[in-house]
Design a protein around this ligand. Sequence first.
Ligand code: NI
Length: 170
Amino acid sequence: MALLPILEFPDPRLRTRAARVDPVELATPAFQTLFDDMFETMYQAPGIGLAASQVDVHKRFMVIDVSEEHDAPRVFVNPTITARSGEQVYQEGCLSVPNIFADVTRAATITVEALDRHGQAFTLEADGLLAVCIQHEMDHLEGKLFVDYLSPLKREMVRKKLLKAKRSAA
Ligand code: NI
């Protein structure tokens, strides 16, 4: 397995809208290795979700594990939300927007349909942190980041802060 570089805001590649995965592709060893590498990258970061877009693969899938023990890995390929209800506010962060956290309002409960890593279709009803994470990662597949929910002024502050951090690290 290998750690993959994670794109960081304001990298324009994060704005790419991901293309649907042809389920036939899932059978290829390269794709299965990519899932494993994404889990390893996410756990090491550490994070609870990683969308393919964040590792510069512009296809519609993501890996998620919201468990403390890293024992509940989930892969969502071509996910769609078929029902949503209620509202919840959660202080979100993102591996592509390091060290920035902000409250985002999202649906409290969602029903999501997707394929698993082997191409099997499943339906999942999720709430709490898992629901937040699924919605956050699905935004990435649309080229959307959680900072887009902030005011333009706040987002500009985030952008400057990250560029400054990158400069001083270089
Ligand atoms: Ni993110």
